[in-house]
Design a protein around this ligand. Sequence first.
Ligand code: NAP
Ligand code: MG
Length: 475
Amino acid sequence: MIEHNKIYIDGQWVESSGDGISHLVNPATEEVFAKVPMALPEDVDKAVRAARRAFIPWSQTPAVERKAYIDAICEKLTERKDELASLISQEMGIPVHFSMGIQVMGPISGLQIFANLAESMDEVTEHDGGYITVKEAVGVCSFITPWNFPLFQVIAKVGPALAAGCTCVLKPSEQTPLCTFIFAEVCEQVGLPAGVFNLVTGKGSVIGDTLSSHPEIDLVSFTGSTEVGIDIAKSAATSVKRVCQELGGKSPFIIAEDAPVAKAVKYVIKDSMFNSGQMCVQLSRILVHESQYEEALEVAKTVADSLVVGDPTDKGTFLGPLSSMQARDSVVRYIEKGLAEGARLVTGGPELPEGIDKGAFVKPTILGDVNNDMAVAREEIFGPVLCFIPYKDEAEAIAIANDTDFGLSSGLWAEDKDTQMRIAKQLRAGQVKVNGPAFSFAAPFGGYKMSGNGREWGASGLVEYTEEKAILTGR
Ligand code: NAP
Ligand code: MG
C-alpha cells in the first residue's frame, strides 16, 4: 500500500487540517492500492499565502536561474520515470508502455521547452512613439487538473508558471495525485525556494471554490469538464482573475473523398482509442463520404477488433481499463443510448471484453449510421467509442464538423495539399491534425467555443502567465 500523509506547503511537508483520507483504486484490479490526505479550505489558504510571500522574490529571480531550476526538475523527474509511468498506470489504467511516452517523457520534453523559454521573459521591446514593453509574471496561480493525463496536465501549467516567475498552488484530480507527490519531492530536492510550488490534494467539491475565488490568487487555470470550468470562471469573476480553461471536446475527423480510406480509418481508430479514448482531443466523430462509408466501417471493425484489451502491465496491451468503474458505467450508458437512438453496432458493445470478468474495461466500440443530432454525436463520451457519420460533399462535411458546442481539436485526411488547407482553415477548433501527426509539445493547444479559453504549451503557453507592461517616458 502506498501511503502519503502530508501535503506540501511553503517548502514543508505538513499535515492537512482535516483527517480525511482518499483511497485510490486501481481500475484494472478494483483494489485499493494507495491512500492520500485530503486538504481543507484552510490548507489552501495557507498555501496561497505562502505562494504570495514567495512571489516577488521568485519573479525577480534572474530568468537564467529560473531556467536552471526547471532544468534540474526535468533531470530529477527523468531519473524517476519508471516509477512515474507505473504509478500513473495504476491510478488510471493506461498501459505502462504507453504511460512512459505520453504520460511521462513527452511532458518532461514539454517542460524542457518551458525551461528554454524562460529567458524570453527578460526581453525588452522598443516601439516607435517613445515607449518600451516588458514582460512580467502574472502572480500567484492556482491549478486544478484532471485524471486522464495526470503529470502532463500539471506540467502544462506549472511549467510556464515557473518559467514566467509565477508561484503556484496545485490541486490534482482526487483520482490521480501520486505523480504530484513526486513532483513536489523533486521541487524540494532541487531547492526550489519555499512557497514557489505548493501541493494540496483533496476533493474539488471541498477545496475547488477556495482555489478559484481566493483574493490572493491572480490566475486560475483549470483542465476538466466544461460544467466545472463554468463554475470556476463564475467564482473567479468577483476578484477579476485571469481564467484559463481547457475543457471538453467532441472533435471531428474528416476523411476527404480523395483520401486512402483504409489508411485514414486505421490511423483514426488507433489515435482515438489510445488512453482508452479518455482524451479531450479524441477525434470521436468520423465523417466519411457516402461512397466510402461501408468500406470505412469494415476497416474500422477489423482494426478495432485487433486492438488488445487487458492487463496494463502487459506490453502487448493497447487498451487498459477506463479510469474508474464510474467512468465505465457512464461509457456503457452512452453505448446503450446510441443503440437506442438507432445507431448500428459495428463492433464492441456494452459487455465486458471476452475473457475479462472484472475491472473498468470497455470493448473498442464502433457506432455506424450515426447522425450529428444524436446524443452520442453531441456529448463527450470519454471512452473507446467512435461515431461514424456519412456526408455527401465537402461543404456538408465541414458543416457537420463545425456543428458542435466544442472546438478543441479536429482532424482530416486528404491527399491534395489545397484540399488539406481549404478544409483545415474552415474547421472551428484550436488544432487541426492533418494526415496523422504526433502530438506537439511546442504547438499552441486550446479550445474555441465551449472547449475553453487560452492556450497551453510552448511559447503561447508562456504568454498565459505573462503580463505585458508598457513603460512610457516623457522628456
Ligand atoms: P472534472 O470532473 O471537471 O474534474 C477536473 C478537476 O476539477 C478535478 O481536479 C476535480 O477534482 C476538480 N473539480 C471537481 N469539482 C470541482 C468544483 N466544484 N470546483 C473546482 N474544482 C472541481 O473533470 P474530469 O472528469 O476529471 O476530467 C474529464 C474532463 O476533462 C473531460 O470533460 C475532458 O474533456 C476534460 N479534459 C480537457 C482537457 C483539455 O486540455 N481541454 C484535457 C483533459 C481533460 P476531484 O478530482 O476532486 O473531483
Ligand atoms: Mg469528475
